[in-house]
Design a protein around this ligand. Sequence first.
Ligand code: MRU
Length: 365
Amino acid sequence: MQSSIDLTRLPRSVRLGRDADGRAELTYLDERLLPGEECFCSTGSWRCVVDAIKTLAVRGAPAIGAAGAAAVALWAVNEGARGAVSHGCAEAGESFLAELRPVAAEISAARPTAVNLTWATARMESFAKRLVAEGAAPGEVADSLFDEVLRIEREDEKVNRAIGAAGAALIPEHARILTHCNAGSLATVFFGTALGVVYAAAEQGKVERVFADETRPVGQGARLTSWELSRAGVPVTVICDNMAASLMGKEMIDFVVVGADRIAANGDVANKIGTYGVAVLAHHHSIPFYVAAPASTFDVSLPDGSAIPIEERDPSEVLPQPIDGVDVYNPAFDVTPAELISGIITEFGVFPPQDAAREVAARVG
Ligand code: MRU
């Protein structure tokens, strides 16, 4: 099959930079407006970034990780380092860290399920601590935190391309691939995890078509996955969530790949609500079901998926018009047990789910 994939047509979801006055600013694509409007917002306020994460303007585990790290840098450059000027030299570093702590905690708590957010804020905080211990002044720490975000952004694309290369090897010729939610370029800084696998396989001419689950209630599949795949030149068909079984029964799906928000030590995977159902269906129909995720999505502190915190979102996402006497339950994620997963595709290769956390930890060091 001839490949006509054009990834240059995909936007970057987040990018940290500086404005004309040298203040740090984060530019992000407001994904709430897609597919209708491609609107980029810039802000120098870490609180605005927290808001963008909570309201799903920026969403997807790796993207909110990068945005969370950027929020820390916005605070450090635009507020923390400026405030610290009034302190004496010796206490300046310690007081900078003391002020950073609650800011990082608030950023980290913006959404509970994707561990990438905690991973990113913890990385920023421990980097700042190390620099202060080495005697750096708050201004230097802030500039280094800014540079650390640029490193996180670069690493994100590199890691996603490695995931893509590892996953593409699993994709058969003429593949009809099902995915759920959006684990694409829009959910990362660039390229995507599950869709990174699709892009890499499509570049090799192996993808006949992607079926994108609509992904109720927010519609990440219908609005975002379809938008970015068609932009990049990958044939895509949107289906309602309740159609996947029928397509599998008619042998219209060869392969399933999804992303992840948190992976426990035993290989249980939290991802967008509905993923568990797709895994059960794939198992029933003997269709390979793979999860694609970077090392930053593993949480070895949790023995299994039952301990993963599941975000509950506003009832209006499910029922825009409330009905008197009717309750709504709106968990944003579910947990797919490891035994339903054929393998976890990481930047270090593909592993059986039960071994993945150990194998990844050994390589991260
Ligand atoms: O609520 P969202 O849109 O942030 O949920 C996103 C997902 O569930 C993705 O599948 C997951 O974060 C992986 S993104 C590479």
